[in-house]
Write a protein of this length. Structure first.
Length: 343
């Protein structure tokens, strides 16, 4: 039994989780949860024992000085609570950490034990993957679940993915088997500019989370960062004709694929989202304080030359390194086996 001292009784709590690593292209998902924690002043109430789940040769601890005293910070997963006010207040349990190196089933069971003790009504896991998507278009965000009823009532996709998966897929399936409603939201990050940060993908995840939970999320400077990120990548891509040509190819493929989506139902859904957000806004923001979809571009700098530019694109058919590119579809299929990850 987990005893949670100092944690108040929660109102309609939802758990929102993200993990650095394979499921976090561009650090988009972990940055989104970090944003929620910062904007709503989350209070950490628990941390998993790092000794149980992490290989410290893979995720090394760090040493820092606190007033002349040396301290060690161990890689782990922390849980915090944020209280969301408004007409319909509710609480969020934020889970933010690093994808564990081992004992994934025990790791998920421990997370679920906290969810059970806190009365969590639903678990939302955020992820980001590398994909053939142009940086000039809105970030695709897919919502998937293993629960047919949840898919129908919340306008989500039933997962059909088969293949290698990460902790996001394992945690979602653990929730399903435990009878806890669970959803995964996946943002697609352009593989040709995959280095973090990616504020545009982070913003897209938060926008979709707003729609899913019916919340108003304070976005701070994130919309401006997202616009600056896109402008920076635009300028850098324009310096390389091959990159510009490749981006144009992706744009044409994306636009052609989305033509059937310009239906009455799709337009109606977008208009409903606009109406929900129209009462909040600010200079340079879309309805509800949202960027109209588009940071710091220093992460694109080539350390050997000092020149800032995007990495060369991977041409279709040539493939991308298997050790850095997650599957093109959200890895959350039912019955997946974490394989050697369960120590």
């Amino acid at each position: 039994m987990i005893e949670l001292e100092g944690v108040p009784e929660l109102i309609d709590p939802v758990m929102v989780a993200a993990f650095e690593g394979w499921n976090d292209a561009g650090d988009a998902a972990s940055t989104a949860v970090g944003h929620l924690d910062r904007e709503w002043k989350g209070e950490v109430f628990a941390a998993l024992d790092a000794e149980d789940y992490y290989d410290f040769q893979v995720n090394r601890p760090t040493v820092w000085l606190d007033g002349g005293t040396r301290k060690i910070v161990w890689p782990t997963t922390r849980l915090s609570v944020v209280r969301v006010g408004g007409e319909k207040p509710r609480d969020l349990v934020l889970v933010r950490g690093i994808e564990p190196s081992m004992r994934w089933r025990s790791f998920c069971n421990e997370i679920l034990a906290f969810a059970h003790e806190l009365g969590v009504e639903m678990v939302v896991v955020l992820g980001a993957l590398l994909g053939d998507t142009p940086h000039t278009r809105p970030v695709p965000v897919s919502g998937v679940t293993s629960d047919p009823d949840l898919a129908r009532t919340m306008d989500l996709e039933e997962t059909r993915y088969e293949g290698p998966t990460g902790i996001v897929g394992i945690l979602q399936e653990a929730c399903t088997h435990a009878g806890v409603p669970a959803v995964s939201l996946w943002a697609a990050v352009p593989h040709y500019v995959s280095q973090p940060p990616n504020p545009k993908a982070t913003l897209a995840l938060l926008n979709r989370l707003e729609d899913l939970l019916g919340l108003r999320i304070p976005l701070g400077e994130l919309p401006e960062d997202a616009r600056a990120w896109q402008l920076g990548v635009d300028q850098l891509a324009a310096e390389d004709s091959e990159v510009a040509e490749y981006v144009q190819t992706l744009e044409e493929a994306r636009d052609t694929a989305e033509l059937p989506e310009a239906s009455g139902d799709a337009i109606a859904r977008e208009f409903e989202r606009y109406l929900r957000r129209r009462d909040v806004g600010g200079p340079g923001q879309g309805p509800g304080g949202h960027a109209t979809e588009s940071g710091d571009t220093s992460y694109l700098r080539d350390p050997s030359s000092g020149r800032t530019r995007p990495p060369g694109p991977q041409r279709p058919g040539k493939g991308r390194p298997k050790d850095v590119d997650p599957p093109s579809d959200p890895p959350a299929g039912p019955g997946e086996d974490p394989g050697s990850t369960d120590g």
